[in-house]
Design a protein around this ligand. Structure first.
Ligand code: LLP
Length: 463
């Protein structure tokens, strides 16, 4: 999925000669700032610290496995996105990447909006005080109950994803005496260069309404006839963990062309376009993500140019980054349990978590980095596979990496860039307990999502 996501082998020196990985040239104690949260560093004893707190203290106080989230990094990234897009555009944080009440409060304080895609996310957002007008509601199969709740709450927009939904939302809004602002999600026919499961703008998948065969124009026609709807714009999201701006540019161009067609046919200029999320982050040193200002400039330029060419006023642009904001801000801390060298192959390092706290490696062949963080070591590098404690051989956290060969049970290791789609996709597989998320800032650490307990498991089991 990312450029480094294919199972090509270890990244560092990255070479496999005659069936053997050669050891990495780089210092295993170094922390590449591309993949670690901003305040992460090593203290004078070599232990990793975040927000000024050492991992030994964090592990003792909060246990392992646990996600530690650098709050000031999260806030700085929110700021960078809203700054890059400026007052003429809107940034919606995609809550599916990771959502909690604390996150919702930070978003409000940093001036961001929020994209939700389920009743649960909507409830979390409203409960934490996000004004409904700053919420966008997404999903390819929103239930009637979810639509009613979103309309009643007064969400700023519902993104319509199918012909049935156009009618469904219109009827519900009318019944509730509302005129609901909506966008129509279109599929622009772009093949995004990412993993198949997270590419969303090619034709053969479940999201959106196709531009290519005139379906999107027909959706606009229908939405404009319905009293319960106020059509405010067109939405496109081409996929996730994408580095190449070309797909976004094609998408922006095609969306603007649709605005021109709508103007020609109906005599109205839709005031907004949303270009979705999907910007890639660095999971390993091989990944080179774009900065928000580069993205804002590329998208702004193309929209302005296309609008000028079509004689349209430039619409208000919105974007929906999830991973690019929260992904790099957290790491997962694990304790090493067992170490099993397999002669001529690699060493299996088992940690106290696994696919229940990070399913991305198993699901998308995602690549991650890993480091020994409770201390430094000058021992020779060894090729490892970091695996979890689940009853499944696909339970892999980091497929290929190097760790020092003096690694021992009890050492703490950390996997960076786990802020997005890790806690959000965590499961109770094998009745494991989902880890906590701990926010760290300026020498203070506080739990924002607590660790699950065995009582939580039993409470759901009512048989
Ligand atoms: N907007 C819409 C309509 C989306 O569907 C998504 C992600 C986003 C924004 C945010 O995308 P981001 O900026 O976070 O890439 N579980 C997968 C990713 C699924 C993304 C789903 N939609 C993963 O772990 O890679």
């Amino acid at each position: 999925m990312s450029r480094s996501a294919h199972p090509a082998g270890p990244r560092h020196a990255d070479v496999m000669t005659e069936g053997h990985y050669t050891a990495p040239a780089e210092d295993l104690n170094a922390l590449d700032e591309k993949v670690w949260a901003r305040t992460v560093t090593r203290d004078e004893h070599g232990a990793l610290t975040v927000g000024g707190i050492g991992v030994a203290r964090l592990a003792e106080e909060f246990g392992t496995p646990a996600y530690f989230l650098d709050e000031s990094d999260f806030r700085a990234r929110c700021h960078a996105w809203s700054d890059a897009f400026g007052p003429g555009a809107d940034v919606f944080y995609a809550g599916k990447a990771f959502l909690s009440r604390a996150v919702v409060r930070w978003l409000q304080e940093e001036g961001l909006n929020l994209d939700v895609c389920s009743g649960g996310e909507l409830t979390t957002a409203l409960d934490a005080g996000m004004p409904a007008a700053r919420i966008a509601f997404h999903g390819n199969n929103k239930t009637v109950d979810e639509i009613e709740r979103a309309v009643s709450a007064g969400v700023g927009r519902i993104v319509l994803d199918s012909f049935q939904e156009i009618v469904r939302v219109a009827h519900i809004a009318q019944r509730l005496g509302r005129r609901q602002p909506v966008q129509i999600r279109v599929t622009v026919g772009v093949e995004a260069h990412t993993h198949e499961f997270i590419a969303t703008a090619h034709e053969d998948q479940k999201f959106g309404i196709a531009l290519a065969d005139g379906q999107a124009a027909e959706a606009v026609r229908r939405a404009l006839t319905l009293d319960g709807l106020e059509l405010i714009g067109i939405h496109s999201h081409i996929g996730s963990q994408i580095f190449d701006m070309a797909g976004f540019e094609v998408s922006a161009r095609r969306v603007v062309q649709l605005l021109a067609e709508v103007r020609d046919e109906h005599g109205i200029e839709l005031p907004e376009i949303d270009l979705g999320g999907g910007l890639g982050i660095a999971y390993t040193s091989d990944d080179d993500p774009r900065e928000p200002h580069e993205i804002a400039k590329a998208l702004g330029d193309i929209v302005t140019r296309e609008c000028e060419a079509n004689g349209l006023a430039t619409p208000r642009i919105s974007v929906e980054p999830g991973r690019a904001i929260v992904g790099p801000t957290a790491f997962t801390l694990y304790e090493v349990g067992t170490i099993k060298p397999l002669e001529g192959l690699r060493t299996y390092v088992s940690v106290d978590g696994g696919m229940s706290d990070n399913i991305r490696t198993a699901l998308y062949d995602a690549e991650y980095s890993v480091a020994l963080v409770s201390r430094t070591s000058d021992a020779e590098p060894m090729l490892v596979r970091v695996v979890g404690k689940h009853c499944e051989s696909g339970d892999i956290v980091v497929k290929d990496a190097f760790l020092p060969s003096d690694l021992a049970p009890g050492d703490l290791i950390a996997v960076p860039a786990t802020g997005a789609y890790c806690r959000a996709m965590a499961s109770n597989y094998n009745h494991s307990l989902r880890p906590p998320v701990v926010a760290v800032r300026d020498g203070q650490a506080r739990v924002i999502v607590r660790r699950e307990t065995e009582e939580d498991l039993l409470r759901l089991d009512v048989g």
